[in-house]
Design a protein around this ligand. Sequence first.
Ligand SMILES: *Cc1c(COP(=O)(O)O)cnc(C)c1O
Length: 433
Amino acid sequence: MAKLVDFSYLDSKTIAMSASKYGTPHYIYDERLILENCKKALSMPNAFGLNIRYAMKANSNRTLLKIIHSSGLMLDSSSMNEVRRAVLAGLPLKDILLTTQELPSGEDLNELKKMILDGLKYNVCSLNQLYNIGDFAAENKVNLSIRIHPGKGSGESATRNTGDNYSCFGIHLSDIEQAFRYAKEKGIVFDMVHTHIGSGGDPEAWKKNIDFELDIIEKHFPDVKSVNFGGGLKIARMPDEKAADIEELGLYARDRIEAFYKKTGRKLLMEVEPGTFIIGQAGFIVTKVMDKKSTGENGFNFLVLDGGMELNTRPLLYAARHPFHVVSKEGDLLSSEFNNEGKKFTAIPVGRCCESGDSQSLDAAGLTIPRKMGEPQVGDYFVIGGCGAYCSSMSPMNYNSHEQEAEILFTKDGDLKVIRRKQSLLQMLENEA
Ligand SMILES: *Cc1c(COP(=O)(O)O)cnc(C)c1O
């Protein structure tokens, strides 16, 4: 049995079986790896306790939410609908934090208030969000969390940096005094301070942010009991990438929180909100090579896959790099991104959409990059790795009228289970007049 990559339990035979059973393309998730990642996150060193909140926008399938929640993780949600979705999956509001750009009004605001009374933790992310909920929070004596815009962030690209001044997540430092004055006037208590500086950024920036947050808490927030450092822990999808060291980050945070305690006598609970770290490596997209073409002697080889940007838009959106694994119809591993030695064939994998940017191998300018691999035949499988996070949940599905594709779970017992059926053409059209 040939594993696709050594950290995953998925092997080429299982890929071929899944493809012939459920058709292609589809997403497939490795439950054992998800469970291992949850465990790793929970074992992060800490001083006075740790909550790990899974950032559910990374992948919100209800089966996955349940698996992750029952491993002991709480949730961070990015919209009212994400909260509703988690509740529909059976997760309790008391384990959910809402960190959103939305400013709810009318029925939504009433529902938000009810959710808060039922245990939802609300993380105010703007002055208007604070004013919107202020009287209610004061009257009902519910404590709030506050997301602070640190003015300095770090991400894998500008589009994933949420802390610099060209993005607007959280209450900017320049508005902090105002928030603080308002809260004091109303008698609102902030019991958590939150930042999220970006996704997949520099671990050193993540550490700096720890110091920044503790400093703010010391200066401005006497009632804060928890400090939330956000998510953004980098993973290594490609062989030449380096993952953030969660152990090292935890040790750093522990030291700082202990030093804070020595100085202030206050014991802070630490919260971390990884999305990618939990599920990024555990998801794969299984596609089939539908066609092979070339653009001549001075051109390139192309593999036309039966799925691409409409399942994973990350390469097109921010030149994200994903590993490729080639599996024969019979289930033999023809190449893994992590073992391409001696492979002479190079090709550009493209999808089926009418966009020259529909490739899983693009540079920042949107140009396709040929890649080395074992040569597949038409009908063989082309598997894209690192697709657990921000693929299914962020896909421009239905472009070119392709249906939203199925999600399959490779369970911890080694079975294959459909956790979301493929959409039908009629479902795609059902709301049209
Ligand atoms: C997206 C997001 C996360 C998770 O980011 P990852 O890079 O997937 O770990 C955590 N917290 C907040 C507030 C987010 O918006």
